[in-house]
Ligand binder design. Structure first.
Ligand code: IPE
Ligand code: IPE
Ligand code: MG
Length: 236
């Protein structure tokens, strides 16, 4: 399948339900995050096979710091361990990594910061798939930070035409196109501070499947459903 033929270039995913998956099995919540790696890997391979150009996954939100210190510590460790173990495999397949979020935050361990910036550089000439990890990402935070940078650059000369023309240049990844499709797993039907500006005209889909059980079947179902939707962008 060539997804560009149905104008499906960017899929964003809220990977939710890891904790519930683990709790259902009497395991620690962190075991659910570890189990989610397989779904992520399958999704990336599926994206490569189907010529998807952008895949954005929500890995850690600006609100996730409010979880227990054990879980936060595990997630920081897990995210860097995953990069160490898997980046070569995906680099060889033509995947360009991006990290979307407040990456300067002092709460992020320095080892994670170094790895993220190294991985972005190492893969920067790859063109097959742009893989965006939303990490320490919050949409309101992104908008607030963009406003700060924008106004610092423009002093008092700000007007609505200038803002609508140039605002995106101040967001975390100016080259990132808006998602065509948003998928959230695990039954919750909310955005949880994810890409609020960018999702204005995105098709939304919610699956009951918990993230560690999400696989190609659901992705193919989502594509099938997407191909039936008519996107009118306000036109009649
Ligand atoms: C999503 O799964 C992963 C992260 C937020 C890092 P959850 O950990 O939110 O799983 P549930 O929603 O508690 O089941
Ligand atoms: C959103 O899921 C964040 C990630 C998937 C990384 P949450 O589980 O944190 O969101 P809420 O608490 O259900 O809104
Ligand atoms: Mg959750």
């Amino acid at each position: 399948m060539d997804l560009t033929k149905i104008d499906l270039n960017h899929i964003a995913i809220i990977m939710d339900g890891n904790g519930r998956w683990a709790q259902d099995r009497g395991l620690e919540r962190t075991a659910g995050h570890a189990a989610g790696e397989e779904s992520l890997s399958k999704t990336i391979h599926w994206a490569l096979e189907n010529n998807l150009k952008w895949l954005t996954v929500y890995a850690f939100s600006t609100e996730n710091w409010m979880r227990s210190s054990d879980e936060v510590e595990f997630l920081m460790f897990f995210n860097r361990d995953l990069l160490i173990r898997r980046r070569e495999e995906f680099n060889n397949l033509g995947v360009r990594f991006h990290f979307l979020g407040d990456l300067d935050d002092e709460k992020i361990p320095v080892e994670n910061k170094v790895l993220m910036s190294e991985t972005e550089k190492q893969t920067s000439s790859n063109i097959k798939l742009n893989l965006v990890f939303a990490f320490n990402y919050g949409s309101r935070d992104e908008v607030h930070k963009s406003i700060e940078k924008f106004t610092n650059d423009h002093d008092s000369n700000v007007n609505v035409e200038l803002v609508s023309d140039k605002f995106r240049n101040y967001m975390y990844i100016p080259s990132m196109p808006d998602p065509d499709l948003l998928i959230r797993t695990a039954g919750e039907q909310r955005l949880s501070n994810f890409l609020l500006y960018q999702l204005s005209y995105t098709e939304l889909m919610f699956f009951k499947t918990l993230w560690p059980e999400f696989c190609e079947d659901e992705l193919n179902q989502a594509v099938e459903e997407f191909s039936k939707r008519k996107r009118t962008y306000g036109k009649a």
